[in-house]
Design a protein around this ligand. Sequence first.
Ligand SMILES: Cc1cc2nc3c(=O)[nH]c(=O)nc-3n(C[C@H](O)[C@H](O)[C@H](O)COP(=O)(O)OP(=O)(O)OC[C@H]3O[C@@H](n4cnc5c(N)ncnc54)[C@H](O)[C@@H]3O)c2cc1C
Ligand SMILES: *[C@@H]1O[C@H](CO)[C@@H](O)[C@H](O)[C@H]1NC(C)=O
Ligand SMILES: *[C@@H]1O[C@H](CO)[C@@H](O)[C@H](O)[C@H]1NC(C)=O
Ligand SMILES: *[C@@H]1O[C@H](CO)[C@@H](O)[C@H](O)[C@H]1NC(C)=O
Ligand SMILES: *[C@@H]1O[C@H](CO)[C@@H](O)[C@H](O)[C@H]1NC(C)=O
Length: 620
Amino acid sequence: MPIANKIAPGLDEVDIIICGGGVAGCVVAGRLAAADPELCILMIEGGENNAGNPTVCHPALFPTHLTPASKTMVWYKANKSEHLAEREYILPTGGLLGGGSSVNAMLYSRPNKGDFDAWNTPGWSTADMLPYMRKLETYKGPGGPEFHGNDGPLEVTFDAKRIRKTEDDFLQAIEQLGYPIIDDLSDTVPGHLGFERVGKTVSTDGERRDAATAYVHPLLNDSKHPNLHVLCESKVNRVLFDETKRAVGVEYAPNPEYTVIPSSTERLRLTVRARKMVIVSCGALGTPLVLERSGVGSPDVLKQASIPVVANVSGVGTNYQDHHFMLWPFKTNLAPCETLDALYGGRMSAEEAGVNGLIGYTGCDVHGKYRPSEQEVKELGPDFEKHWQAEFRNDSSKPLLIMASFNTFIGDHSMVPAEAYFTIGSCSTYPHSRGHIHITGPDWEDPPEFDTGFFSEDVDVKMQIFGYKVAREVARRTALYRGELPLGHPEFPADSRAALVDLDTPLTASGKSLEKIKYTAEDDQAIEKYLRKHVGTTWHSMATCAMKPRSQGGVVDKDLNVFGVQGLKVVDLSICPKNVGANTQITAYTIGEKGADIVMQELGLAGAKQEDGQLNGHAH
Ligand SMILES: Cc1cc2nc3c(=O)[nH]c(=O)nc-3n(C[C@H](O)[C@H](O)[C@H](O)COP(=O)(O)OP(=O)(O)OC[C@H]3O[C@@H](n4cnc5c(N)ncnc54)[C@H](O)[C@@H]3O)c2cc1C
Ligand SMILES: *[C@@H]1O[C@H](CO)[C@@H](O)[C@H](O)[C@H]1NC(C)=O
Ligand SMILES: *[C@@H]1O[C@H](CO)[C@@H](O)[C@H](O)[C@H]1NC(C)=O
Ligand SMILES: *[C@@H]1O[C@H](CO)[C@@H](O)[C@H](O)[C@H]1NC(C)=O
Ligand SMILES: *[C@@H]1O[C@H](CO)[C@@H](O)[C@H](O)[C@H]1NC(C)=O
């Protein structure tokens, strides 16, 4: 059984069970299976196998996963929030083999110089983590070999499909605003902030590279690793403990979404035993729920869900963080082959996009991390300035926002005229607000109680107001700009200097340098109103089982062991004690590499120092 669906035939006991086959789970499974062919490993993933799925392998098709009926996502519904204009926000995360990496936007970005250092945990400093960041990648881009790896499983390229005309146009607009253009924003050099031509987790020949393709499928496909078992379409319900509180197995259930006759397997509960260890890697919204269903969590939460307490670890499910995200669409004069709108609007077939290369295009070529000037900080008001002083002012490596440009409208194309657009994504890197997620019952089907926390702190709204203004100034300085797409912008008062425009020629046509728009307090209110109605996730969920002292709400120690029990680790973005100023997939891969190394050392396998010929060199 190298790969199976729903039920693991004949497999009652293995050495290590990995719950969740997302980014970190695939890294751990692949590394451990390659390190010791005697080590029997089972990874259980709730969603389907990603291999051979065209919407996974063709970069341009990634938004198809985000449509409401998509089975490749796990949807977490949050409670109604007064901070979000009374919305009940529904937050999707990757829900198939490869997790987020099989459906994400493929943008490559590492944490900033200070991020791992700020976790303040022995073994997890930036200097400690750089070897893992190098080990995971085969990097074919700018930047020195001291920072980047050249024989890891994950291919990172800069020469897959790009649209140079718009890429150059964005960068000149960014330079006009005075932000630096940097060759390699991911080199972990202190103070390096600015904009870059972004790298992509896409192969040179235009196919997505995800964690399953990089770490798991190569071993499943060769005959030398019968020790690696992957079970898809199966939800882990809980971890089982013996009387000494040692994790000895898991209980799982076939996922009825993939069952022809749901009632036949709906209530089936199956178990598999683990001789050495259980690792939970269900993502920041899945992992705390598994722990709580297993009896590890806050006694109050467990009591309400009728779960007996195994370990009182009150931090489980708390401290939830993400990056808040807005997409700002603009009109252009671009041709159909220069954006993805014709493909998404049904005016270009996937075959045509295959011929002209757009099918291999992620849509995003420019990415940047930036901070406000001291003057701009003042303009954001005294409360924001106080927050800036406490969290940002002293650390010049710490961006307030991330920006990414996309050559398309992102959303429902039936709502917009059949034209060509670009969209500026604006993402707050270190939001101040915190949310939580908890179980409400003993079964994985019981809906969780989830509060995103988004915008519960006013400084977070201020960050996004500033992000809107910068996005518009960048857009206004491009040659492709023809005004704002009204459906994606605030409604400003009719006489406002911020009123939306509709143009036949770019603003830069005159050659004169542009004045910035001056916004009134009323304009800012209009932006805030729009933000509360529309702000959402960057799909960067994290921090719900933080690696910090138990007394401070921590859930795992520096070796990723869950407090209060034995033989149970968490390895995924849940463990981040603090946010990172980057898109998060590389952080998840890095945590996977570090987690695999910790386990290998505990099992007496050679770990980081061994030459792992099985996985390295597989990228091509
Ligand atoms: C649409 C989208 C776009 C993104 N774009 C980018 C980008 O361009 N660049 C970037 O750097 N990052 C991006 N990200 C973020 C990145 O992909 C995630 O941060 C990363 O995948 C998190 O890794 P993880 O291992 O913590 O969890 P995940 O990759 O989410 O894996 C968790 C896995 O656990 C499974 N699971 C959950 N519950 C259970 C259960 N009970 N039983 C069994 N299995 C379970 C899920 O199905 C999933 O496969 C994006 C994410 C999404 C969703
Ligand atoms: C592994 O095999 C699957 C199924 O046969 C195939 O789709 C996939 O491309 C292969 N992957 C690799 C990395 O060889
Ligand atoms: C759980 O632990 C917390 C402190 O970590 C403590 O305050 C609380 O009383 C404990 N609850 C129970 C039921 O033991
Ligand atoms: C920032 O640096 C200044 C000068 O070095 C120092 O006085 C101040 O305490 C620092 N503030 C924070 C929040 O670290
Ligand atoms: C949040 O939602 C859950 C599940 O739907 C519900 O049980 C709970 O009462 C809600 N909590 C609040 C504070 O509205």
